[in-house]
Structure formats: C-alpha cells, structure tokens
Ligand binder design. Structure first.
Ligand code: PLP
Length: 462
C-alpha cells in the first residue's frame, strides 16, 4: 500500500472513531467510572522499544483513553463553566491539526494571520468593544488575563518613566493592584507570574453576590495616589454576578489607573441586547479577557485578550529576533500573546462565528440564561432547597438544609451519575454549583435535572 493511501486510511479511521465517540456521548454517563489505576494500566507500560503501525497505535490510544474521558462535551456536564465544543469548531480544529500551521508570524502562515485579524474584528463587534483594541488569541482566560495585565504593567510603569521590558521589576516604582475579593483564583496566579505576589495585592471587599463594593474600592483608592491597576470581573464563577463597571470607572476618572476586566464567560452577555445592561459601562475599561472555550463553544483551548492601548500590548508581548521576519503593517500573531509558536485557534473561531452568526450566538446565550432561571424556579418551590444567588446569567448555586445534607446531596448526585455537577463553598456555606453553558443543554435536560435533585432531596429529607 502506498504511503498516501495509508495516511488516508489512518485519517478515515480517526474520523470514524471520533464520530462514534461523538454519537455515543449522549448516552454515556457524564462522569467516567474508571479509576486512575485502571487508566495507568491501560495507558501505561514501559517505553515502547519497537513502534506499532500508525493505525494500531491509534486504535490502542482510543481503547486505553476513551474509558477515562469525562463527557464534558455532552448535555449533562454542568459541573464547571465548560463549553460543549460546537461540532463545526471540532471539525475546523481537526483541519487545523492537519494543516499544522505555526501561527508565529505572517510568513509562517498568511491564512492564520489574516483569520486572526478577521475574527478579532468580529469578536470586537459581537462584544461591542472599542474598535481600536488589539487582540490576542490565547489558550484561555488565564493567559488572556496574564497578557492584559502584562500590558497594564508595561503601560503604568511606562507612564512613570520605567521600562519594565528592559529593566525588569526589581527596583521598579511600586504599582498598586486592587482586585475584588471574589475574583477568580487564576487572576491571582497571573498576577504572581507578573511579579505581584498575593500578599501585595489589595483585595477589595465584595457584596453577597461577589460584586466589588464601590464604597470599599473608593476607600482603598483614597489611601494613595500611586498608579493603580484595578481588576474587575464580568461573571463571578459561582454567582455569575457582574461588577458595577460604571461606578468603578467614575471612581477612576481622574486617577492614574488602568481598569482590566476578567470576563471569562460573563463578557459574552454583551453579545445579547437583552443582557447587555448588566455590564453597563464595561466598554470604558482598558483591557478585557474572555474565553472562547466557554460560551463560544470553541473546542479546547481558546481565549481572547483585548487591549485598548495597542502599543502597550505590543510592547509587553512582542518577540523580536533577527531571524524572524517582521512586516510592520501586517499581523504577526505572536506579538499579541506570550508564545512564539502555537496552533492557530482562529480557524475554529472563524467557523463557529460563520455558522452561528450574531443571532445564533445571542440565542444560545439567552437560552442558557433562561434555562438557569427555569431550574432555579423549579428548585425554589421545594422546602429546604435554597437558591443562593440572584440568577441573572447561567450560574445557579443551591443550598440544601445544612452543610452535611448538602454534602450528601452532592454525593448522591455524583453516585447516580446522570448529571455531572460541582460543589463549592460560598460565603461559608457548602453549595451545589450548576453551570449551564454547554451548547447542547435544552429544557428536557434541565427538567430532568430538577426532577433528580428534588427526588433525591425528598429521600434525604424524609
Ligand atoms: C471568571 C474566570 N476567570 C478566569 C478563568 C480561567 O479561565 P481558563 O480556565 O480558561 O484559563 C475562569 C475559568 O473558569 C473564570 O470563570
């Protein structure tokens, strides 16, 4: 058999295996029942001395790995804010692997560079963010936050005469970092990677929904005139709540400050006219981070960073070297993110936006928010079940009696394994977390989930 035919057979088999998995996922329990030891035994073994055929290696991978997959792209996975991988995104992502483009710079892949340019404009348009923003395509919101905060650090130090790219942070003038107390844990990681340790960051107190308190921010700002980076949030991980952007911006108006917004999923509410008022004023910020692999349903991984001050973004991220071609007016994708070499995420983004369009994206987000309200409404009818957040987005947190009972409910739901849900502690109370964000979730799933929860609670509370 010729090499070309072997490759075609291999790809055809990979397609078949992928399509089988995708079809079956609707019938599979969302959480795998396989133990780590079983996976170690099926995937493990000594370093192979002699290779298998490509086809045999592929079959062996699927046989060993598939039992250990959580069905996170299915309709019953609601444990974390994890998107459902839109089918056209998966298909485009496969092609991205086949095309194998390194999108470091334009020369390496003109199509990757231009598709980033085009989708960057579409994303700004969908999210009503300022046209002048520069955009980077990252692995996720963690790196989008990191990139935006690197630009913020560069700009705020530049304004006071310090070049952090050349002279580093040791000996640099101090910057103040102010962040809501209920910010996502990864933002603290991003800050620490940038030299702002957890103990150096001022945590501003928050309200019962996890929103930054404006009076507390005002008090903190008034403590000093030092240049500040303020980090707000669109979509608290448990409650979905939005910070009061307009009020925050008015406090920052005459100050030397940069406002960054972590909107890993919540920023997508901007794509829906009916939800946009929840983020009133957010377009006045200096930078924003969001995910593609959450509400846009891009297969893992994809995130986006938007920076109003394109020069600062570029200064913080550019990777110059004499051997790398540069064309000043053409996009080199690596100048907007930390990595030089990476896959092109924009092809999948392009295909999804082209498929769903503005209407489809907005309809999906509204559907998820409607489903979250529907679930909360059904559960709140039952004595002993409490909805602990104001359900205005896609997140529902639920309390059951006391912490012990809540723990038992989380265990029972996990044991039944019809839905994959999460647990957390919210304001000193154990809660069940439900994130409605996967493309496929519909009313039937939500009603089934409500029935299961109510049945198990009645059994426990009997
Ligand atoms: C509010 C918020 N910020 C940041 C992140 C981190 O995003 P990622 O895991 O895509 O890096 C998340 C993830 O859930 C999030 O919800």
């Amino acid at each position: 058999m010729g090499m070309k035919q072997e490759r075609t057979d291999l790809f055809r088999r990979a397609f078949e295996l992928g399509a089988n998995y995708d079809r079956q996922k609707f019938d599979r329990p969302p959480r795998t029942g396989v133990s780590r030891d079983e996976l170690l035994s099926s995937l493990g073994g000594p370093t192979p001395e002699n290779g298998l055929s490509e086809l045999d290696a592929l079959e062996a991978l699927v046989k060993a790995a598939e039992p250990g997959l959580q069905v996170s792209t299915g309709a019953r996975f609601m444990g974390w804010v994890v998107g459902g991988s839109h089918p056209v995104g998966m298909a485009a992502d496969w092609l991205t692997s086949v095309w194998g483009q390194n999108c470091a710079n334009y020369e390496c892949s003109p199509a990757a560079s231009v598709s980033e340019d085009v989708t960057a404009d579409w994303l700004k348009d969908l999210l009503s963010l300022p046209e002048e923003c520069s955009v980077g395509f990252t692995t996720g919101a963690t790196m989008a936050n990191f990139t935006a905060l690197a630009a913020a650090r560069s700009e705020m130090l530049h304004r006071i005469g310090w070049n952090v790219e050349l002279d580093g942070l040791q000996g640099a003038p101090r910057l103040r970092i102010l962040i809501g107390d209920e910010a996502h844990t990864t933002v603290f990681t991003a800050l620490s990677l940038l030299g702002f340790g957890r103990n150096q960051v001022k945590r501003v107190s928050t309200d019962d929904q996890g929103r930054m308190r404006v009076d507390a921010l005002k008090e903190s700002l008034e403590e000093s005139d030092t240049a500040a980076i303020v980090i707000a949030q669109a979509g608290q991980i448990n409650t979905g709540a939005m910070d009061p952007f307009k009020a925050i911006l008015s406090l920052l108006k005459d100050r030397n400050a940069w406002l960054h917004v972590d909107g890993a999923f919540g920023l997508w509410a901007l794509a829906c006219p009916q939800l946009r008022s929840q983020l009133d004023g957010v377009d006045g910020a200096d930078s924003w981070a969001t995910d593609g692999h959450k509400w846009l349903q891009v297969p893992y991984d994809a995130g986006f960073v938007f920076v109003r001050h394109a020069e600062a973004h570029r200064r913080a991220m550019a990777t110059p070297a004499s051997y790398l071609p540069v064309q000043s007016d053409i996009r080199d994708p690596s100048h907007y993110v930390p990595e030089l070499s990476r896959r092109s995420r924009a092809f999948a983004v392009w295909a999804i936006i082209k498929t769903l369009g503005r209407e489809g994206i907005s309809e999906m987000i509204i559907r998820h928010c409607h489903l979250a309200k529907r679930l909360a409404q059904q559960l709140s009818q039952v004595p002993g079940i409490e909805i602990l957040n104001q359900v205005s987005l896609n997140q529902v947190i639920v309390g059951f009696g006391d912490d012990e009972q809540c723990g038992k409910m989380i265990e029972s739901l996990a044991r039944e394994n019809r839905y994959l849900l999460g647990g957390a502690t919210w304001h000193d109370r154990k809660v069940l977390r439900i994130s409605i964000i996967s493309w496929f979730i519909d009313e039937a799933e939500i009603d089934g989930l409500a029935e299961d929860i109510i049945r198990l609670w009645r059994e426990l509370d009997a």
